[in-house]
Design a protein around this ligand. Structure first.
Ligand SMILES: [Zn+2]
Length: 441
């Protein structure tokens, strides 16, 4: 940051651009006028013009959207994080472990809420500095990440918002593909993603374009020659002895996306369910929590050098997104508010929710923008460690990404061992080629 300043508690709030010097807990210099400072500092010399040319109207819209992530008194809807405590689960229940589709993980909320921004202080600091002062991060990585958001909003928002406009036209299979291709991957430092290859065979609309063009698969949206920046592949994670299975989408090996079809859970025979129950499928969702926990342990094992291990997972329906975050070091599980994909704060010309865009940007780039759990969050344990019991070591050490079928155990512990036979004996028995010699006379 060229003018970065120290931050304090993110829980307090204020309005930027109203002469207040405290911004959602970030103490800033008082502003001298109500519009963003469009003069570029001497530190802003760079070949990418987006930091200079980014429209003022979008700066103002971002400024408003930011309040939802930091200010509980905002008029447009406050996006919070609520710690969850796991009450019961089948994380260790059976010999071979349950697939995600059969995962059971009931939970309850702690009576505590944090602003969504409280775990993304670094990302919000970068954005606020840009909004207030057009400050460009000195760190090239931070600059690149900020540029992804600015380019998305400035260059492709209308096109992508068009693809995300009529979500009811997509099947559940197509849903995660389109949202990833037109939102999450566009905001990520890498646009590469992998869709569960089994989904390529799932039910699709009759008019869905199939196959590849120039080595890239078609996007299910109906925009002219729209191709995916990702591809189909193996997205399995876990271990056969615990929770395991294929997730819907993995973005650049960093973030998993899980879609849920509201109609499966809440179909009312043609009657439209009330808005509140319509999206409840995403709240305290057993399968999404299981996938988040497994992926979090996996990421900790793969990247032990990380600064923090608060790993996100995004759940989506046709209407909303939700974010879960699990820290496998401190055993903390957080669930966000529901975020509508349309409405709340939008730019002229489309209805894509800018708050959802901001949250997506923070989450898919969590490696650079997330600061991890706050100190006080560490007291609200998810209690997964006690749920996992003796199989915690499998979650800690033996999870796998890809080809999870080959984690199937040949020998297990406990009573099961008594009934096992040497694999060679089983093989010989199957082949039935033992030659029985006649006794010698
Ligand atoms: Zn498309």
């Amino acid at each position: 940051m060229t003018t970065g300043e120290s931050s304090s508690s993110p829980s307090s709030s204020s309005k930027r651009g109203c002469g207040d010097s405290n911004i959602g807990g970030f103490h800033k210099k008082p502003r001298t006028d109500s519009s963003p400072n469009v003069s570029v500092t001497s530190h802003a010399i760079d070949s990418d013009r987006i930091f200079v040319d980014f429209p003022k109207s979008l700066v103002n819209a971002l400024n408003i959207a930011l309040d939802s992530l930091m200010d509980e008194s905002t008029w447009m809807g406050y996006i919070s994080l609520t710690p969850l405590k796991i009450l019961n689960s089948n994380a260790t229940d059976c010999h071979e472990g349950y697939r995600f589709s059969k995962a059971y993980c009931s939970s309850e909320k702690y009576p505590t809420q944090y602003s969504f921004g409280s775990v993304f202080i670094k990302g919000l600091s970068i954005l606020i500095e840009f909004i207030l002062h057009r400050t460009i991060p000195e760190n090239k990585q931070d600059k690149f990440v900020l540029g992804k958001l600015l380019h998305f909003l400035s260059d492709s928002l209308d096109t992508d918002a068009e693809a995300l406009k009529n979500m009811e036209m997509y099947t559940e299979t197509e849903l995660n593909t389109v949202v990833t291709n037109h939102l999450f991957a566009k905001l990520s430092t890498s646009t590469l993603f992998t869709i569960d290859k089994q989904l390529s065979k799932s039910k699709c609309r009759g008019n869905e374009r199939r196959g590849y063009l120039n080595g890239k698969p078609w996007c299910p949206c109906e925009q002219n020659e729209c191709l995916l920046s990702g591809d189909y592949g193996d997205t399995s994670i876990g271990n056969w002895m615990v929770w395991h299975g294929s997730v819907d989408v993995v973005i650049n090996h960093d973030v998993i996306i899980v879609s849920q079809d509201n109609e499966d859970e809440n179909c009312c025979h043609g009657d439209k369910p009330p808005a509140e129950t319509k999206s409840s499928v995403l709240r305290r969702n057993h399968q999404i929590i299981a996938q988040n926990i497994v992926f979090s342990f996996l990421q900790k094992h793969r990247h032990p050098e990380s600064d923090n291990f608060l790993i996100p997972c995004i759940g989506i329906t046709r209407e909303d997104i939700i974010v879960y975050l699990y820290d496998s070091v401190h055993d903390v599980l957080l669930e966000s508010s529901l975020l509508p994909l349309q409405g709340m704060v939008s730019s002229p010309g489309n209805k894509l929710n800018l708050v959802a865009v901001l949250v997506s940007w923070l989450v898919v780039n969590y490696k650079y923008l997330c600061g991890g759990v706050m100190e006080e969050m560490k007291t609200t344990k998810a209690e997964f460690f006690s749920q996992a019991k003796e199989k915690l070591s499998i979650y800690e050490t033996y999870l796998k990404s890809g080809d999870v079928r080959n984690t199937r155990p040949t020998v297990d512990s406990g009573d099961q061992v008594k009934n096992l036979h040497h694999p060679l004996l089983i093989d010989l028995k199957k082949r039935n080629k033992l030659v029985v010699l006649e006794p010698r006379e």
